[in-house]
Design a protein around this ligand. Structure first.
Ligand code: CP
Ligand code: NVA
Length: 310
């Protein structure tokens, strides 16, 4: 039987996503109550492949496997040199003989889909240039905690139309939120992602909007989200991007422009205070960024159990 994968938000449909989120909430409550590892994945190993740095993704997959009774093994950029020392297909076929699940953080999204193509065990996208679906799961778990039923709520994303923006657009659309993305001209999310999100949103009577107008995007928003202006791999562009994105900083004034005093602020982290977000917002009372970070742990445990059908 073909394994289940999570290479994109769209590998799970609406009901499956809601089921994973519900399980994530239960796993979180259970962990807070007992702080005791389960035996569910005893003897199971996850291989965690990283072409890029990580704090949250690495630690939450490792801690998550520990809490489920299993183990995670870290394969960094210099360990396996994906595609250079050995082909992606050969690595996937080797790992499939030893481990029960693979997680990978890559540059090219095609590396994730190629791993999935050749792997006999589930493959999870731990961030590629195209998407960051595990982050979206944790973010929507966090939004549910704060806002309850998410249908008809508005999420505004301000900044670079990147991997994080893509996964938020797709999952927001799937779950019936209005999602408005404000970027500078030339930094919009990919058109095919916007169009797919618009199709999905139409079925939920929700709106998906991409604009250059940041004031318009945040109007009426229940949550304002931003991410770094230069993603991993774009370091050489960082200086140029600082001036291009200057008008897209999330400031206390922009938070006030939502017209709702209770609007929450979100960021996947790591954050650059004084660039994409003012320190007063990131460290202020509207910020829920560490809840998002915590929920990576629980959302991914729920995802792993779903992928392994356990
Ligand atoms: N948000 C996130 O994925 O963080 P890391 O890059 O530290 O894993
Ligand atoms: N867009 C960022 C997210 C980091 C978690 C990046 O790709 O570097």
């Amino acid at each position: 039987m073909a394994p289940r994968h999570y290479t994109s938000v769209l590998d799970l449909d609406r009901d499956q996503t809601l089921a994973v989120l519900a399980r994530a909430a239960k796993l979180k409550a259970a962990w807070h109550k007992k702080r005791k590892a389960s035996k569910r994945l005893r003897g199971y190993t996850l291989a965690a492949i990283f072409e890029k740095p990580s704090l949250r993704t690495r630690t939450t997959f490792e801690a998550g496997m520990t809490q489920l009774g299993g183990h995670s093994t870290y394969l960094g950029p210099n360990d396996i040199r994906l595609g250079a020392r050995e082909s992606v297909a050969d690595i996937a076929q080797n790992l499939s003989r030893w481990v029960q699940i693979i997680m990978a953080r890559t540059y090219a999204h095609s590396t994730i889909t190629e791993l999935a193509e050749w792997s006999a065990v589930p493959v999870i996208n731990g961030l590629s240039d195209q998407e960051h679906p595990c982050q979206a799961l944790a973010d929507f778990q966090t939004l549910q905690e704060r806002l309850g039923n998410l249908e008809g709520k508005k999420l505004a994303y301000v900044g670079d139309g990147n991997n994080v923006a893509h996964s938020l657009l797709l999952m927001g659309a799937l779950l019936g939120l209005h999602v408005s993305v404000a970027t500078p001209e030339g930094y919009e999310p990919h058109m095919e992602i916007i169009e797919r999100a618009q199709q999905l949103a139409a079925a939920q009577h929700a709106n998906i909007e991409a604009t250059w107008d940041v004031q318009q995007a945040v109007q009426g928003a229940d949550a304002v989200y931003t991410d770094v202006w230069a993603s991993m791999g774009q370091e050489v562009e960082a200086e140029a991007r600082r001036s291009i994105f200057a008008g897209y900083q999330v400031t206390p004034e922009l938070m006030a422009a939502t017209g709702k005093p209770e609007t929450i602020f979100m960021h996947c982290l790591p954050a650059h205070r004084g660039e994409e977000v003012a320190a007063a917002v990131l460290d202020g009372p509207q910020s829920i960024v560490f809840d998002q970070a915590e929920n990576r742990l629980h959302a991914q445990k729920a995802l792993i159990l779903w992928l392994l059908d356990r």
